[in-house]
Each structure stands twice: as structure tokens, then as C-alpha cells.
Ligand binder design. Structure first.
Ligand SMILES: Nc1ncnc2c1ncn2[C@@H]1O[C@H](COP(=O)(O)OP(=O)(O)OP(=O)(O)O)[C@@H](O)[C@H]1O
Length: 485
């Protein structure tokens, strides 16, 4: 500063001898003025002349004023002006701060009202606001028009509760555990933010991975994903055996890869895939993934997706504590989004228990119920493929158009059975949990739990397939207890 000042005044010649009188008068004036000014400012800051309860804030301002009296008069006024404007600035700053605080509080309040309205429960810090509508995606997150156009084309007018909350969480760059009933639109909830973040197709290799517990669900997710991405040129691939066999898998043009953990881990083992650039990893139907004993395979996929800025998410109809605990070991700051209550069935499902004394009685009760009313499509769950085949033979005998899906069928055979059921060629489909898990049988009118499910989670998954009526046939007394709790 000094240097700059001396530079500014360099070259000014001032004859001090010639103007000695003026200099003396100038000095006098300066001293008097400084005294007066100091006194007046002293009076202002003297606590004796102030109220005792003067605030620290005010004191600071007074101090600032007293400091401002040093120097020449000519600068004093401008310094004073500076002090006043500083004071105003502080006031303004404080006003802005409280306005900002109010705004944040109002936003938090609005978020919480919206969450209550849609039965959304969240836990985690700084959770992004839920979507009021799909339009928020473009106004807040700059969503491209093709995606909104696809929503409209598919007839999706409003986001479902899980979509309202999980999409903004993922778009804000947070990892997430999402738990919502079957058929509540979880696929769109994880695919849309993925498409928005990936923006456009690239040649850099796999950038997003979706893991599904069964081949059927993986195929279904691929179809949904392609429908949502229509109009963009993304490469979306289902990892099939044929694809793994192909020698050029390493050069595969693929933005989003969908697979079962077994297939993907086998491709990783064969060093056929590089997942180090993956930005998004989704574990769909995560409870089933873990339940099926696929931890080793999932672990190999998680390790192969080594990009440090990866966003991982878990989507499921139930979120057992064991799964969450396991996931929390790798996802430390994940937001938890739960629709309704954790691990409970949707309240809109009518559940009915039929108690049968014996195994034969169960079959009798089923026949009777079909005689009274068979409102297809009906989905029947049994515990094993052997039992599935047995029941299939029994119902076929009754001339009921029935199909069965079990793990002995080839991929194409399974697809055919499911397609026949979807198309209404068969009215009743018999399945085991593993096979039917995660498949979206839209419009199923009745789900029959012919055999007792393994767990509460399995029960919820079964009954949340499709329609409103659910029937439980049991030879076990404890079933009743299970139902009422
Ligand atoms: N916002 C929406 N409005 C209307 N329908 C929707 C919406 N989002 C998704 N859907 C439709 O709802 C059905 C169920 O969606 P989806 O399969 O994603 O459910 P899910 O929660 O993943 O079920 P699952 O547990 O079986 O995987 C699909 O047919 C899908 O096209």
C-alpha cells in the first residue's frame, strides 16, 4: 500500500520553506479536529452514556465508528460513509440470512407435507425434495424432452411415490436403498436418473449395470429400459450366454448392461468385461439377490465396478435388516426411501385365509374356490418345482387352462409360458417364488399361496403381484397367527 502511495505522489515538489506558515496552520487545524472527533466518538462508545444492555453486535459497530476517526478530515467523511454502508451491509446480510433460513424451512415443510401425502419415509442427511410432478425433472434437473415424451407415450401422467423420491435422491448424486411394493414403478425410478445422468451414448464401454435375480426379470427390465430410452441412441444390452461366448465382448458397445449376478460374475471371471467405468450400479429385487445366496457373485460385480465415483442403489419390495446392514458396509451415506411401512404388504390388498386340515383338503378347497369363481388371471405359488408339476397335472385334469413355470424349463420355454399367461391363453399360472420373483404380472386378479411361503418377505412379494384378491391355503395352524400379526 505504502509503495503504491509513494508511487502515486512521486514527482510532486512542495516547497516547505516557502509555505511554512500555511503548514503550521494546517497542523493546528488537524490536531484540533482530531481531538474533537475523538471526543465525540468516545462519547458515543462510552458505556456510561449507553444503556447497559447494549448488544455485542452494536458494540462492534461503535468500535468500527471509533476506528474511523483516525486520519484527515477529508478522508473522515468518506470513512464514515463507508462505516455506515458497512453497517447497512451487515443488516442486509443478516436480513438475507434470515430470509434464506425462512426459505429453507418453508421448503423443508413443503417436502414433508408431500412425503406425508404419498406415504414416503426417508432417512439420511440433506435428502433431495420429492418431485411434485414429472415437470420438475426438466425445471429442476434439466431433463431432456425425449424422456418426458416417452413417459407421456407410455401413459405415465404422475410419478408414483417411489419415483417422486428415489429419482431426485439419485439425481442429487446420493446412493440409495429404496423399498416399495411390487408393481409400484421401481424400474422407472432407477432407469430415468440413469438415462438423465448418462445423457448420450458413448463408446467408452459399460457405464451402468443393473443386476436382477432372474433371467426373466432381467429381460423385462431390458424391455422397460429400452422403452424409456426411445429417441436417444443408448446401447442397452441384456447379458445372454450368447453374448458372453462372443469373442468381442470387450469391445461391446454398451451404455447400460442388464444381467443376473451369475452371468455377470462369470463374464468378469473370464476377463471378458471391463466394468471400471461403471457410473451406476443398481441391485434390483436386492432382498432376493441376497436371499438366493448370490453374495459371492454380487461381491465380484461390486469389486469389478471400481470407479470411485460410482452411485450404487438397492431397489426392492422388502428391505430386511440383514440386507441393509450388509449394504451399509459399502454404502456409507446412502439415503433410505421407504414407501408405506417397511416389509409390509400394501393396504389395498384383500387377504383371505382358508384353513384346510390336510394336504388333500387343500386341493379340495382350491377346486371348490375355482368352481365358485375363477376370475383369471390367477397366479398360484408353491414351494418346489415338484409340487408345481403335481398341481399342474391336477388342474389340467379339471380342464382348467393352466401353465407352469419352473427352473427345469429352458429360457425360451419359460418365456412362452409367461407370454401365454400374459396373452390370456392360460388362465392360471403355477410358479415357485424364485421363478416368479420380480416378474410383473400386471392385472393378475387373484394370487393363491398354495404352500406356506419361506418368509414374510416372500409372502409380501407373492401377494403384491397384480390384483386385489389374495388367498392363503394352509394346513398349518401357525399360518393364522402369521396372517393376523
Ligand atoms: N408413473 C407411472 N404411472 C403409471 N404407470 C407406471 C408408472 N411408472 C411405472 N408404471 C407401470 O407400472 C408397472 C409396474 O412397474 P415396475 O415393473 O417398474 O414395478 P416394480 O416396482 O419394479 O415391480 P417389481 O417389484 O415387480 O419389479 C409397469 O407396467 C410400468 O410400466
Amino acid at each position: 500500500m505504502e509503495k503504491a502511495a509513494s508511487f502515486l505522489f512521486a514527482g510532486t515538489s512542495f516547497n516547505k520553506k516557502k509555505y511554512a506558515d500555511e503548514i503550521a496552520r494546517f497542523k493546528e487545524k488537524k490536531e484540533t479536529e482530531n481531538e474533537v472527533d475523538y471526543l465525540s466518538s468516545f462519547e458515543r462508545v462510552n458505556p456510561a452514556s449507553e444503556e447497559v444492555t447494549v448488544s455485542t453486535k452494536k458494540r462492534k459497530r461503535k468500535q468500527a465508528a471509533s476506528e474511523a476517526v483516525e486520519g484527515f478530515n477529508v478522508f473522515k467523511s468518506s470513512k464514515k460513509a463507508l462505516v455506515i454502508s458497512e453497517e447497512n451491509k451487515t443488516d442486509e446480510g443478516e436480513d438475507n440470512l434470515s430470509k434464506e433460513k425462512k426459505k429453507i424451512n418453508l421448503k423443508l415443510e413443503a417436502d414433508s407435507i408431500l412425503r406425508k401425502q404419498y406415504n414416503i419415509h426417508v432417512s439420511g442427511n440433506n435428502v433431495a425434495s420429492p418431485l411434485k410432478s414429472f415437470a420438475d425433472l426438466s425445471s429442476v434437473y434439466g431433463c431432456e424432452s425425449y424422456l418426458l415424451h416417452n413417459f407421456a407415450k407410455l401413459g405415465f401422467k404422475e410419478p408414483t411415490p417411489i419415483q417422486r423420491q428415489a429419482i431426485p435422491v439419485l439425481l442429487s448424486g446420493r446412493e440409495c436403498f429404496a423399498c416399495a411394493p411390487t408393481g409400484s414403478g421401481k424400474t422407472l425410478a432407477f432407469v430415468s436418473p440413469m438415462l438423465m445422468k448418462l445423457k448420450h451414448a458413448s463408446t467408452e464401454g459399460v457405464r451402468a449395470v443393473i443386476l436382477c435375480p432372474t433371467r426373466e426379470l432381467a429381460a423385462q427390465t431390458t424391455r422397460e429400459c429400452k422403452k424409456l430410452a426411445e429417441g436417444n441412441n443408448f446401447y442397452i444390452k441384456l447379458l445372454t450366454k450368447k453374448l458372453i461366448r462372443s469373442a468381442h465382448l470387450t469391445k461391446l458397445r454398451c451404455d447400460i448392461l442388464i444381467s443376473t449376478p451369475l452371468r455377470l460374475s462369470s463374464a468378469i471371471k473370464k476377463r471378458k468385461l471391463d466394468l471400471s467405468r461403471v457410473e451406476y450400479l443398481v441391485l434390483d429385487e436386492s432382498d432376493k439377490l441376497f436371499e438366493l445366496g448370490l453374495i459371492k457373485q454380487i461381491d465380484s460385480v461390486v469389486k469389478a465396478c471400481s470407479n470411485p465415483s460410482i452411485i450404487r442403489s438397492l431397489f426392492s419390495a422388502t428391505l430386511p435388516d440383514s440386507v441393509e446392514e450388509l449394504a451399509r458396509t459399502i454404502m456409507h451415506d446412502a439415503v433410505r426411501v421407504i414407501i408405506g411401512r417397511k416389509n409390509t404388504a400394501s393396504e389395498s390388498i384383500n387377504q383371505k385365509l382358508v384353513f384346510a386340515g390336510t394336504e388333500e383338503g387343500k386341493l379340495l378347497a382350491l377346486r371348490q374356490s375355482f368352481q365358485e369363481r375363477l376370475n383369471p388371471p390367477v397366479l398360484i405359488f408353491v414351494q418346489s418345482k415338484e409340487r408345481a408339476k403335481e398341481l399342474y397335472e391336477e388342474l389340467k385334469f379339471d380342464n382348467i387352462r393352466v401353465g407352469v413355470i419352473d427352473s427345469d424349463l429352458s429360457e425360451t420355454q419359460r418365456e412362452n409360458v409367461v407370454n401365454d399367461f400374459r396373452a390370456g391363453k392360460t388362465w392360471v399360472l403355477i410358479a415357485t417364488d424364485v421363478i416368479a420373483r420380480g416378474m410383473d404380472f400386471k392385472g393378475v386378479n387373484c394370487v393363491i399361496n398354495y404352500d406356506f411361503p419361506d418368509s414374510a418377505a416372500a409372502y409380501i412379494h407373492r401377494i403384491e403381484q397384480g390384483g386385489p384378491e389374495k388367498l392363503l391355503l394352509s394346513t398349518q395352524k401357525m399360518m393364522f397367527r402369521f396372517c393376523v400379526t
